[in-house]
Structures are given as structure tokens and as C-alpha cells.
Design a protein around this ligand. Structure first.
Ligand code: UDP
Ligand code: MG
Length: 338
């Protein structure tokens, strides 16, 4: 999902803040003022220049009005408004593509991710020169049993697909360096799932543990349908496994067909069958198996076409001696000291 309209980061013509905070916002009229009240003093107190990129994901309540009002007193708030509701990940994409800062933090608008942790993330990234700092949920006690269980299953499966460098229970509360943001921007993804793509980058990373708080106001905008969609996007983004299902089923039914063939022939020889049954039955199981194997075969090819179309870069260069002392990945050492 390339954001062609996103302005390029041009340090010659515009002041570049040290920190960008990206907030996807969808119908958060109750939560937003509380979030801003808690977030602003923290950012003001960090002693670095910052911008807040509020992505209004096509809200249909008073959210846009509230955002405009807040902006009048808080010029650091930048408002990007979608024409219609496009989803949490799409809002994150727009935010990441438009953020100008040397570091970009993404955070939910409902105070479930404590903004106090932004300071900690930033300090850790600066101190250890990290590209990614994950916010890891230490305790999901405030989530419902259902949410905890589905989230547990989701992270288990995703770690199988993406590999062990995907931290468990890391959602979309995280800090990215400019280098990581540029790498993400270079990906030709149409439906990026950042919680998978970011670990996949494999850049240097750290973790900040936090307690997932209760939603401050309003109710979740992640109904089951959106959760299923996120899970499906996540699986199909990283695996052709589902396409392979037909191959396995086909092979299985072939084996079963083989056993049934022997059984049917014996029954036929014993004269224990109705005339016509044996030939029909064998034909049916055999053809079913053949068809499934063929569908599986198509799946294998489609899987390969899919990954070719995804066209993700095969590698990211971390260091090239030809670049001298300047770190590669197009990274610039931020000169604004904290
Ligand atoms: N959100 C969004 N678009 C949507 C749904 C949610 O931008 O279609 C935002 C929402 O305003 C919040 C964040 O994404 O800032 C997480 O959503 P929510 O809190 O509803 O999800 P939950 O925390 O229950 O998983
Ligand atoms: Mg929430």
C-alpha cells in the first residue's frame, strides 16, 4: 500500500522533528481528549522536538471536530483524515509513510498503551542504538478471556510463520528508527501487517514491557470480523500453507482410496457387493483424490506467483565498508541531541 501522496522527507526545506507519534483514530470522541491530556505533558517533557500524526480513519462521530479543536492549541498535532474507514493497519501505513521524525512511535488512541513508555522506548533506542523497540504486553489481565485466548493463538501461529525473532505479545505499540521506517516504506506490500513485517526486517531491536491497560472510554473497534481479517491477512502475507492444504488432502485421500480399493476388491471377489457398486465406488474415491492433488498443484504454483508478486526485497544491508563511517540503510545519525 504505497502512499504516493506522502510528502518526501526533505531536511533542506522543512524542519525535521526528532520524534513522530502516530495515532490511528477511529470514532474515539470519548477517549481522544483523555489521551491527549495524558500524552501531551509527556511529549513536552521529553525535551526533543516532536510531531503527533493523528490519522482519522474516517470517523463518523465528533472525532474530527475534536481533533481540529485540539490542534488549535497544540500545533504539534498534525491531522490526516481518511475519506472513509479503511482499517487500523491502513491508518498505521499512512502515519508511518507521512511521519517525518528520526524516530516514529505508533500508539493506540484509547490509552491501552501507556504513553509514559514512549520516553522509555526512546531512551532505550538512543542508548543502545536500536532500530526497533517493541512494546511487549506483560499482562493482559484487563482483556477479556476471549481476547486473551484469540491473541494467544494468533501470536503462537505468527511466531511459527515469521520465526522466533517475532516477540510474543507485541502489538502495534512500538518505536521505529528512520532506517526501519525507510525500509518499511520500501516494501511493496498492499496489505501490510506491521506486527509481522517489523520483526521480519530483522533490524536491531529491544523490548519495553508494559501492562495493557483498560480502554479509557468507548468500546473496541475490533469486532470478530476485523480480527478474522487481520489473522487471514497475517497468514496469507507470510505463508502459502493454506494453498498446500489441497495437496495434503489429495495425498491422504489417495492413500485411503488405495485401502478402500483393496477392501472393495475383496468384497467383490467374495460376492458380497451389489453389482456396479465396486466400480462406482473406486472411481469416485480415485477421482476425488486426483482432483484434490491437481488443485494442490495449482496452489503450489499460485503460491510461488504470489510471493513473486509480493516482490519483497531479499535482504537489507546493515553495513557496507564502502560507505565509510556512515551507517548504511540510508540512516543518518540524528544530530539533535536529546
Ligand atoms: N482503529 C482505527 N480504525 C479501525 C479500528 C480501530 O484506526 O477501523 C484504531 C482505534 O481508534 C485505536 C486502535 O486502532 O486507536 C486500536 O483499536 P481498538 O482499541 O478498537 O482495538 P483493541 O485495542 O480493542 O484491539
Ligand atoms: Mg484498544
Amino acid at each position: 500500500m504505497h502512499d504516493a501522496a506522502a510528502p518526501a522527507r526533505d531536511e533542506a526545506t522543512q524542519p525535521v522533528p526528532v520524534l513522530s507519534v502516530v495515532i490511528p483514530i477511529y470514532n474515539e470522541q470519548e477517549a481522544l481528549p483523555l489521551t491527549v491530556a495524558r500524552l501531551r505533558p509527556i511529549l513536552d517533557g521529553m525535551g526533543v522536538s516532536y510531531e503527533v500524526v493523528g490519522i482519522d480513519d474516517g470517523s463518523t462521530d465528533a472525532t474530527p471536530v475534536i481533533m481540529q479543536k485540539i490542534r488549535q492549541e497544540w500545533p504539534e498535532l498534525r491531522i490526516v483524515r481518511f475519506a472513509r474507514n479503511s482499517g487500523h493497519q491502513a491508518a498505521l501505513t499512512a502515519g508511518i509513510h507521512r511521519a517525518l521524525g528520526d524516530y516514529v512511535v505508533s500508539i493506540d488512541a484509547d490509552l491501552q498503551d501507556p504513553p509514559e513508555k514512549i520516553t522509555e522506548m526512546y531512551a532505550l533506542a538512543r542508548e543502545k542504538d536500536l532500530d526497533i523497540v517493541y512494546g511487549v504486553r506483560g499482562d493482559r489481565g484487563t482483556d477479556t478471556f476471549f481476547k486473551r485466548r484469540t491473541a494467544g493463538a494468533y501470536y503462537w501461529l505468527m511466531r511459527k510463520l515469521v520465526g522466533k525473532n517475532m516477540p510474543n505479545q507485541a502489538g502495534d505499540f512500538r518505536l521505529l528508527s528512520r532506517a526501519a521506517v525507510d525500509a518499511l516504506k520500501s516494501l511493496p506490500e498492499h496489505q501490510p501487517v506491521y506486527r509481522l513485517l517489523v520483526p521480519w526486517l530483522g533490524f536491531s531491536s529491544g523490548e519495553v514491557v508494559y501492562v495493557r491497560e483498560e480502554r479509557v472510554a468507548g468500546s473496541t473497534h475490533y469486532p470478530l470480523s476485523k480480527m478474522v481479517r487481520l489473522a487471514l491477512d497475517s497468514i496469507t502475507n507470510f505463508s502459502a500453507g493454506p494453498l498446500r492444504l489441497a495437496t495434503y488432502l489429495g495425498l491422504m485421500s489417495f492413500l485411503i482410496c488405495f485401502g478402500l480399493g483393496i477392501y472393495t476388491t475383496v468384497q467383490y471377489a467374495l460376492g458380497a457387493t451389489v453389482p456396479g457398486w465396486a466400480s462406482l465406488f473406486i472411481g469416485m474415491v480415485f477421482l476425488g483424490g486426483v482432483q484434490l492433488v491437481c488443485v494442490g498443484l495449482l496452489g503450489e504454483y499460485i503460491g510461488r506467483i504470489y510471493s513473486a508478486v509480493q516482490a519483497r526485497p531479499a535482504y537489507f544491508v546493515g553495513y557496507d565498508s564502502a560507505d565509510g563511517d556512515v551507517p548504511a540503510r540510508g540512516e543518518r545519525i540524528p544530530e539533535h541531541a536529546a
